[in-house]
Design a protein around this ligand. Structure first.
Ligand code: F6R
Length: 237
């Protein structure tokens, strides 16, 4: 793992954006893996700016998101479909048919999981994956205990994740208890990975990751097994 300390959140977002811009300039038809949550919002804002400045185009880019809640309407403002449109897709020239987000609203979730893996494979695999980290060390919605060889699957969210994400729902009790997520193996299959860590709520997860100990109790520790991971962090000591 390569560790890069950012001065502040803006700097973290810019540093992550630089890596994306370089990737898309070198390979305009890159396959990119995207995350939701509060951490990458600044990165997406920077990318939209780079697009408007003409430095980057998404015309031939294919994207795959890490996860989506189960049983949520894609138009629900708390859905990850909505989040991605709102923060990135509607502002850039990505083609709708090239965007993939797990179909949490599907009536056949098992098939949706298998199809998702198949689509990633057919696209040639993910070139660059961005990740955030949960307070409990999750990546995607792979909660502690998830096998490192897992592919896209359905998960029960833990209490810690429910508490961290309920704020996005109008009525907290409306937050789904399940999600579809790319597995840890699906994530490790990406050629290059950047993990963004921002803010003191992530201190413990950061400290545990920094020890270098690889354990299923800390899903992010699987990243130590990958040859090309960059962690950009700020707000942790
Ligand atoms: C989101 C995702 C999650 C988040 C993590 C951190 O697609 O996969 O693993 O990255 O929960 O969320 P924030 O950035 O809101 O702290």
């Amino acid at each position: 793992i390569k560790w890069i300390e950012a001065k502040d959140y803006e700097d973290l977002s810019k540093k992550a954006c630089d890596i994306f811009v370089e990737q898309l300039q070198n390979k305009p038809n890159s396959v990119i893996g995207l995350a939701t949550g509060s951490t990458p919002i600044g990165l997406y804002k920077e990318l939209v700016q780079q697009y408007h400045s003409g430095n980057v185009s998404f015309k031939d880019v294919v994207s795959f998101n890490l996860d989506e809640y189960v049983g949520i309407d894609p138009n629900n403002e708390a859905s990850y479909h909505y989040f991605m449109n709102h923060h990135l897709f509607k502002h850039v020239d990505i083609q709708k048919e090239n965007v993939h987000i797990p179909e949490g609203h599907s009536s056949d979730l098992e098939t949706a999981c298998r199809t998702y893996e198949q689509q990633i494979k057919e696209a040639g695999g993910i070139d660059l994956q961005v990740l955030g980290i949960g307070v409990n060390g999750h990546i995607g919605f792979n909660e502690p205990g998830t096998p490192f060889d897992s592919l896209t699957h359905i998960v029960e969210l833990t209490q810690s994740t429910i508490e961290a994400n309920q704020k996005y729902f109008e009525k907290p009790e409306d937050m789904p208890r399940k999600a579809i997520t790319m597995g840890i193996q699906s994530i490790l299959n990406a050629k290059k990975i950047i993990l963004l860590i921002s803010g003191e709520t992530k201190q413990e997860a950061y400290d545990r990751l920094r020890t270098g100990i690889i354990t299923e109790d800390l899903p992010a520790s699987a990243l130590h097994q990958h040859p090309d991971v960059t962690v950009i962090y700020t707000g942790v000591k």
